[in-house]
Design a protein around this ligand. Structure first.
Ligand code: ATP
Length: 592
């Protein structure tokens, strides 16, 4: 508990001063909250005193106490407002900073990280975890620090006016603190369990939503929702069990405080009746005894939430201090854009996928990578962009080992165009501008024209302002592809990695995409996972990959004469294109 509070205070960094000033306001706010009861009780005591002793009672005192109470209430709210103003905005500022920091950190980790950590975990940390910190962090620290500070002052005051009463108060507070430690221990133990249940639920929901198209097409609603239903049930069961577990120590904490209040009230009565305390003072103490622990009562909630916050902060740290793939990398300006693999071995896990792969791609040439499905073509491309690090050997871009460079410095030289395009749920303009955030409107339009997408964009009711939906869901596959090419054209990177579109694209779209790609790749170092014969035949170099080995290397005219995988591959492609074309041209059997 104390560790978490210290941790939150440290987390406040440059905002610490505001936090401390907030504590002072909070302290005054709780005093002003307690004083009206004292004033009212004292006034009633004076009134009863005068009635009993037959002395005159100055009626002005009643009006004065009303005014005083009104002022105290006003001050209480003023100090509460100031506390909130100084303290509560701190967490919003810090959490916004941390969310961006996590975004930056995630850019710099190996993609393998996302296989080890599920998306639910990351989402949960960024949303639910940080939301708890944002919403409750400052308040919980304030409740705890302010609560005990307040009690300390009350205790010193009591010590001055009635040492016995003060000892009763101290006993109650100490006993309740012991139970508070139980709450805190329980919370610390269960916060990770609760977070894990929420993560699993988030992951199951995401999976369900992502898989909905498949679910609908196979009519398997019942089966697919089972995982989500289980996650919901587990989450409910776990959270209910945890909440039930809190009840005993929570109750004991409150019970100790209430018991101390009763003991205080009894002691006040005793001292009042034995004449050791004036009647008005006794009455004031009697009333006060039920509000004296008001600042300590909500602390059991703080102890509970602080455990959750501690866990959220652990997750935050974990995400921020990720094993950055480019730790120690430098910003290296490249003067040429050759690419070289030197004896590269690589596997995503224990299984080796690439075996002793070596090749050289001179800059401004076009290299086609061909090979059977699963042979390692995409893996080669992912390694050039350093989405993963190799296990053996090295990859050089522009003569520099990619491990010497930061991800940003490497990737600013590379544009990737995939078959499965991802567009952001934003306007078409912003999706294209993603390639170059500084681009002007004219540059965006020039890129869109070059990528053959300007015409269809202008035909949309909102043109470039059209929002494309998550993943670009409101556009066709070909349209998305051309927008992604426009984005790459705007980036104007010297190295282009391309996964050629195949059967999913209709002939008209394919023609437009080819035109767009021609614009994109002119004068660049191009590595294409090639499917079209035209691309393969015109490549300056062809790498034939089989089962993670480069089995053939050369130009089309060199390789076509050799017996081997390439020959077989080409004849299969020729067959396929013949059939594709027949299909596209409604039965006309003509080879392109
Ligand atoms: P395709 O033409 O079908 O896209 P490919 O030649 O591009 O295939 P890769 O995607 O490079 O093949 O995959 C090579 C091997 O690595 C496959 O056996 C695949 O199962 C495996 N693989 C790919 N990605 C991962 C990953 N993220 N984790 C584990 N194994 C992977």
């Amino acid at each position: 508990m104390f560790k978490t509070i210290k941790r939150i205070i440290e987390w406040c960094g440059t905002f610490k001063k505001r936090l401390y000033i907030g504590f002072i306001f909070s302290f005054f706010a709780s005093w002003f909250a307690a004083m009206p009861t004292m004033v009212a009780a004292y006034t009633i005591g004076l009134l009863v005193d005068s009635q009993m002793n037959g002395t005159a009672f100055d009626r002005k005192w009643i009006w004065l106490s009303f005014v005083l109470i009104a002022l105290l209430v006003l001050f209480r709210f003023l100090f509460d407002y100031l506390r909130a103003k100084f303290q509560e905005t701190i967490s919003y500022e810090l959490v916004a900073r941390d969310r961006l920091a996590i975004g930056e950190a995630l850019k710099r980790v190996s993609l393998g990280y996302f296989q080890q950590v599920n998306t639910g975990n990351i989402l949960n940390s960024i949303t639910t975890g940080l939301h708890t910190l944002e919403n409750m962090g400052m308040r919980m620290v304030d409740d705890f620090v302010g609560g005990y500070l307040n009690f300390l002052c009350v205790f010193l005051f009591l010590l001055f006016v009635g040492p016995v009463v003060s000892l009763i108060a101290l006993g109650g507070a100490t006993l309740s603190f012991c139970f508070l430690l139980l709450v805190s221990k329980y919370s610390k133990r269960n916060a990770p369990v609760s977070a894990k249940a929420t993560e699993d639920l988030t992951a199951a929901t995401l999976e369900y939503v992502r898989g909905l198209p498949v679910v609908k097409s196979f009519g398997q609603g019942g089966a697919s929702i089972a995982a989500m239903r289980n996650a919901c049930k587990d989450s409910k069961d776990i959270h209910m069990k945890i909440e039930w577990g809190y009840i005993p120590s929570n109750c004991l904490h409150l019970f100790a405080l209430k018991l101390a209040s009763v003991a205080l009230a009894a002691a006040s009565c005793y001292f009042g009746l034995t004449g050791e305390m004036s009647f008005s003072m006794m009455l004031a103490f009697l009333f006060f005894s039920f509000s004296i622990f008001a600042s300590l009562e909500p602390i059991s909630d703080s102890a509970h939430i602080l455990g959750v916050i501690d866990n959220a902060m652990d997750q935050l740290e974990e995400l921020k201090v990720n094993n950055f793939i480019d730790r120690g990398g430098k910003d290296v300006p490249l003067h040429n854009h050759d690419i070289e693999f030197r004896n590269v071995d690589f596997g995503y896990d224990e299984r080796t996928i690439l075996h002793d792969v070596s090749f050289h791609i001179p800059e401004k040439t076009m290299t086609a990578i061909v090979g059977p499905s699963g042979s390692g073509k995409s893996t080669i491309c992912n390694l050039i962009a350093r989405f993963y690090d190799v296990q053996n050997g090295s990859i050089l871009v522009g003569g520099h080992d990619v491990r010497e460079m930061t991800c940003d410095s490497l990737l600013q030289n590379i544009s990737m165009v995939f078959q499965n395009v991802y567009l952001f749920n934003d306007t078409i303009r912003n999706n294209i501008r993603f390639g170059n955030p500084e681009a002007t409107e004219d540059e965006i339009i020039v890129a869109a024209k070059a990528a053959r997408c300007h015409d269809f964009i202008m035909a949309l009711p909102n043109g470039y302002d059209t929002v494309v939906g998550e993943g670009g869901g409101t556009l066709s596959g070909g349209e998305k592809q051309r927008i992604s090419i426009a984005r790459a054209i705007l980036k104007n990177a010297p190295i282009i990695i391309l996964d050629e579109a195949t059967a999913s694209i209709d002939p008209e779209n394919e023609h437009l995409i080819q035109q767009a790609l021609t614009k994109l790749t002119a004068g660049k170092t191009v590595i294409a996972i090639a499917h079209r014969l035209a691309t393969i035949e015109h490549a300056d170099q062809i790498l034939v990959v089989d089962n993670g080995h480069i089995v053939q290397k050369g130009t089309h005219s060199e390789l076509i004469t050799q017996r081997g995988l390439y020959q077989r591959f080409i004849s299969i492609r020729e067959e396929a294109e013949l059939w594709d074309f027949r299909d596209g041209m409604s039965g006309r059997n003509v080879r392109r």
